[in-house]
Design a protein around this ligand. Structure first.
Ligand code: AMP
Length: 450
């Protein structure tokens, strides 16, 4: 098995990884780091939760260490572009954690906050700059940042940047970079526009692809309640009565929906916060912080708001409403089952959402376990109603005793060392990485046979 020292990483980084409790490289790290250490460009198909941040951060830090020098004023030696403020902040935190024993200068440029501190920071020059494209362009336009000396560029979550309309700004930024540079592009999916962008930007890239959508879905024990939409609010409260649900993200389709669900939970005494695009930067950070350190148990989010969130120890994802786009389901449930842990996803599906459910099953190549709110099997959309007695200790509390994964895999934590519930940098987060008996139940294990 590959170890981090096999990858030839600088001793100073290995010490930080040991401190962070990372024992073994994840597949994306094992595949990407050697190519990046040789200076190659990289096209990575990997989503959040695979360890992709360290896959690009470590080789960049290794390179900075190999040629230690002060960055010139108004420059950044490495530039990482990310779609959201939250993701940018988290990436910068990861750089700081892995660089903790040599302290590179790492800065974040995002919108929604004042310009002044960013201007001062850029004036000093940075080793690593993590930015969202819009605000970065402002600073480039006003001459406060020059990219002519930037040695490495990373585009993270490129497909999400496409969704947010960042492709033109990205192309404008890339045009300012020197031709001689190392370029990395990561994306969870490869829509045509991203493939074209990769084609234009990358030179003979090494290609790394990990956990296609269906594989991630297999690590998460999934369950669907077929309920009337009017019953969803009560069922959600009932589900949250189960203290096994230590930390949950509840997804809604709309911002208003997120606010309504959060208010409903709060008024029923369940600590909850909503996070979505209408909230200010400080509200979002406060909500995330409270969720991370366990002050609120439930975060109600829209898809866009949640994409960049990286919180360890999310025990459950609840789809209060199914997403319009099946891929979003995979992203949602990927919020639990981080870094090899197993997690649980519960979906509340009303009649009108049945076609969305079918699209999800098609994408993930799984037939999801469906019951009514009392736990009785109901599956009427394939012809004959499949109605059986409630199976197992499920009931209204949701799936409780997962059957073992189809091939017996238990998906243990890869590191086995970093105490459960800590993020890189050691910030404690309450909550568990995985249930003590947390084998994943493969959805097909209980596929209705009829
Ligand atoms: P990412 O996909 O970069 O968002 O990483 C997901 C999570 O995995 C983060 O919480 C990381 O701290 C953690 N992680 C990344 N690499 C490793 C590793 N080799 N061993 C253990 N945990 C890791």
């Amino acid at each position: 098995m590959t170890t981090f020292s096999d990858l030839g990483l600088n001793e100073i980084l290995l010490r930080a990884l040991a401190r962070e409790g990372y024992n073994t490289p994840t597949p994306v790290q094992a595949q990407a780091i050697p190519a990046l250490m040789q200076g190659r460009d990289l096209l990575g198909v990997a989503q959040t939760g695979t360890g992709k941040t360290a896959a690009f951060a470590l080789p960049i830090l290794h390179r900075l260490l190999a040629e230690r020098r002060r960055p010139a004023p108004h420059t950044a030696r490495a530039l990482v572009l990310a779609p959201t403020r939250e993701l940018a902040t988290q990436i910068a935190d990861s750089f700081r954690a892995y660089g903790q024993f040599f302290r590179p200068s790492v800065g974040v440029i995002v919108g929604g906050v004042s310009h002044r501190p960013q201007i001062d920071m850029l004036a000093r020059g940075l080793d690593v700059l993590v930015a969202t494209p819009g605000r970065l362009l402002d600073h480039i336009g006003s001459g406060r940042l020059k990219l002519a000396a930037t040695e490495a560029l990373v585009l993270d979550e490129a497909d999400h940047m496409l969704d947010l309309g960042f492709i033109v700004p990205i192309r404008q930024i890339v045009a300012k970079l020197p031709k001689q540079r190392q370029t990395l592009l990561f994306s969870a999916t490869m829509p045509r526009e991203i493939a074209a962008l990769a084609d234009d930007m990358l030179r003979d890239p090494a290609k790394v692809s990990v956990t296609p959508a269906a594989t991630t879905a297999e690590r998460v024990a999934q369950h669907v309640y077929l309920v009337a939409s009017s019953a969803k609010r009560d069922l959600l409260l009932e589900l949250l009565g189960d203290r096994e649900i230590a930390r949950a993200i509840v997804f809604t389709r709309t911002k208003r929906g997120a606010d309504r669900v959060a208010q409903h939970l709060e008024s029923a005494g369940v600590g909850a916060d909503a996070i979505h695009g209408n909230k200010s930067q400080s509200q979002r950070l406060r909500a995330l912080d409270a969720f991370r350190n366990g002050r609120t148990r439930v975060l109600v989010a829209t898809d866009i708001a949640a994409r960049g969130i990286d919180v360890d120890g999310v025990t459950h994802v609840v789809n209060y409403e199914l997403p319009e786009v099946a891929e979003a389901y995979v992203h949602r449930i990927g919020r639990t089952a981080r870094a090899g842990a197993t997690g649980r996803a519960i979906s509340l599906c009303d009649n009108g959402e049945r076609p969305l459910l079918r699209a999800i099953e098609k994408l993930t190549r799984q037939t999801l376990d469906c019951t009514d709110r009392r736990g009785a099997d109901v599956r009427e959309d394939d012809g004959e109603p499949a109605r059986r007695a409630p199976r197992g200790p499920r009931g209204p509390k949701g799936p409780q005793s997962p059957a073992p994964h189809r091939n017996g895999a238990q998906h243990p934590r890869r590191d086995g060392q970093r105490p459960a519930g800590t993020r890189p940098g050691g910030a404690p987060v309450n909550g568990r990485k995985r249930r003590p008996n947390g084998g994943a139940r493969h959805a097909q294990a209980s596929r209705p046979q009829g």
